[in-house]
Every structure is written in C-alpha cells, then in structure tokens.
Ligand binder design. Structure first.
Ligand code: ATP
Length: 339
C-alpha cells in the first residue's frame, strides 16, 4: 500500500502549462472584456538584471488577486509598471482598460496605490490626511466629506476622525492608508505588502476591509504578500520566481494539485531521511530539519509510513496540504529546474 503512495506532481506540471494556456488566449481589446488588469509579456530589465521576465496576467474585475514570491522576485516592480510609475522594457499592459504606457494619466486616475511604507502625515489627524488626499484628487468638498464618512465607517475609524495619525495603532494606520488609497473610488487597487508588521488580528481585519470594499464597490485588488496563510483569501494567486510567473490558479486548485496529504518527517539528519524514504514516498523536500513528502493517496495512513521509519526519525506528522506547501514546492522544490 505504501508503495502505491505517489508524490503529488500536480504543481510542477500545472505551472508551466497554466502559463502556456494563458499565452494562447487572445489579447483582450481595450474596454472589451471584464478584465481589470491585463499584462502580456510584461518585462523590466535593468543593466544586467531581469527584474520582471515576460509575465502574463489577466485579472477579472472585482477579483482579489495575490502576487506571491520571495524577496527580489519582482512583485514591486510589477506593481510599479502596472501603476504607470515605471516604464516597462518589454511587453504591454492595460489597467482599467487603459494602456499603462500610452495612457498613464488615465491609468493613474483609475487606480489606488498603497505602498509598503504608509503615505500618511503623522502630524495631521485622520480627517486632515483624507482631506489632503482628496484635494490632490480634486474632489469636490461635499462629495469628499461624504466619502470620508463612508470610508471611516467601513474601516471602523469613525471614532478616530480627529486623532492625529501618530497616535493611532499600526493596524489603524494601515486601515487609514488603504482608505486613503480608495478615496477617489479607483477601479483597481494595488497593495504592496499591506500587512507587513501587523499582528494576526489586524491582518485579519485588513483582509475583511478588502472583502467589504470588493463587495460594496466591485473594486479589483492586486495585492502582494509574504504571508501564505492570508493569501488563501485571494480569488486567485500567481507565484513569482526570479521575475517569472511560475504558476497561477485559485488557492484551492493549487493546494489540491499538490496531492492528498503532506507527510512531514523530522530528524537531525534530514538528507539521510530523504534518501532513505525516497523509494517509498518519492522525492522529498527538505525544509530545515523536516523532510516533506506530497502523498497522492487519499487512503494513506501514518501506520503505512511507520514501517519505513528508522531511528533517525524524531517526529512524523500527516496533514492536508496548504498554500505554504505550494510555496515550498514551487520556490524550493521541483519547479526549480523549470523556471
Ligand atoms: P521584496 O519582496 O523584497 O519587496 P520584490 O519581489 O518586490 O521584493 P523587486 O523589488 O521588484 O522584488 O525587485 C526585483 C529585482 O529587481 C531584484 O533583483 C532587485 O534587486 C532588482 N531591482 C529593483 N529595482 C532595481 C533598480 N532600480 N536597479 C537595479 N535593480 C533593481
């Protein structure tokens, strides 16, 4: 029975195929489709570094789309190009139906941007910060005031209107920063690692705000994150590695493509464990002192594994795969050869 357990090979196979499928789809005309963001072969090259390498994205309106990847994989560069802040060195992109290269002003009118560092003045109150942002967008005072009240309610900040930003908690500041980003009712919101430095409760709140925004305003959100457990709240995610999209899909699809279970085997000599168990469970993935095996057998039990374990093994754990596993396999696993 153990011998019949197979590693889940879904991800390495599904990744390039998914990308290939995308490239075969016709390029949507401006304003013709429900896509809020379209990128085709979008690239950015510095002298001897390819920061973003021919990426293809199609994000339908009203979706929350996550860009995931390690440091330096090209997430911020991608957002900067899509927001019209940086000129691509190759490819094309449209945001809210406008070409980011040819119509940057129209693009900027239709997007909201929330950077890694908050763009708020700590000496001004919540209200004053939003009024200042509204003035930059040339919003009429009455409409601006209505919008501020609406957003403060949505983000749970209505009792902090007159508090200076320096006195807000980190979570409140982040919420206010997002409120500032959507003040002018953009159709697309770009968020670059919005939850960095927030505790789990505030991270959860921020995701709830995004879901509410999407429900109430049908806004499209492109968010980058390092926190895999929160990326599962995205409708779709793309994994970036060295500037390339190596895989994309819904979190559920990607997790399912890994197999039925992940078997974790821990010990002081993980390389020896990996070698010993390879013939039974396929190639393992070593993460610190653990070796992970993707098991594609719904009836697999730990009893089956027990016979194969030896004295090197300190602990075993059989569990369902999650998005963090997808990340391990894509970024550190088999896909390495293919990217
Ligand atoms: P992080 O998660 O750390 O924010 P990232 O995925 O957003 O990283 P980018 O900031 O987009 O990655 O960087 C992608 C690559 O481009 C990196 O190798 C980075 O060093 C390089 N890069 C970014 N800006 C420049 C620049 N102005 N000149 C040269 N190389 C750059």
């Amino acid at each position: 029975m153990v011998g019949s357990a197979r590693i889940g090979t879904g991800i390495p196979v599904a990744g390039p195929k998914a990308v290939e499928r995308q490239m075969l789809e016709p390029w949507p005309e401006v304003g013709s489709g429900p896509f809020a963001v379209v990128a085709e072969n979008l690239s950015k090259r510095y002298a001897n570094i390819v920061a973003v390498d021919r990426i293809n994205l199609r994000i339908p309106e009203g979706q929350i789309f996550g860009l995931i990847g390690p440091n330096g994989s090209g997430k911020t560069t991608t957002i900067h190009m899509l927001a019209g802040l940086m000129r691509p060195t190759g490819g094309v992109a449209k945001v809210a139906g406008y070409d980011v290269h040819k119509q940057p002003v129209a693009v900027r009118r239709n997007i909201g941007l929330v950077f890694q560092e908050p763009a708020l003045d700590r000496n001004l109150t919540v209200q004053e910060n939003l009024e200042f942002a509204g003035a930059l967008h040339k919003m009429a005072p009455r409409l601006l005031n209505e919008r501020i009240s609406e957003l403060l309610r949505l983000f749970g900040l209505e009792n902090h209107r007159d508090v200076t930003v320096g006195k807000l908690s980190g979570g409140m500041r982040r919420a206010l920063d997002v409120a500032r980003g959507v003040l002018h009712r953009p159709r697309v919101l770009f968020l670059d690692e919005p939850t960095v430095g927030l505790d789990p409760t505030n991270r959860e709140s921020l995701w709830q705000f995004l879901q509410r925004l999407r429900q109430e305003e049908n806004i499209t959100v492109l968010v980058t994150t390092h926190y895999l457990e929160e990326a599962k709240a995205c409708d779709r995610v793309a994994f970036l590695k060295r500037g390339r999209v190596i895989c994309q899909g819904t979190p559920g699809e990607l997790v399912a493509s890994l197999g039925s279970y992940v078997l974790e085997v821990e010990g002081a000599h993980p390389e020896t464990i990996a070698k010993h168990l390879e013939s039974c469970f396929g190639r393992g993935l070593t993460i610190g002192t653990k070796v992970l095996f993707a098991i594609n057998d719904e009836n697999f039990t730990l009893d089956q594994a027990a016979r194969q374990l030896n004295r090197d093994v300190q602990a075993t754990h059989l569990r369902r795969p999650n998005l963090q596993d997808v990340y391990w396999w894509l970024i550190h696993g088999y896909a390495d050869k293919e990217s």
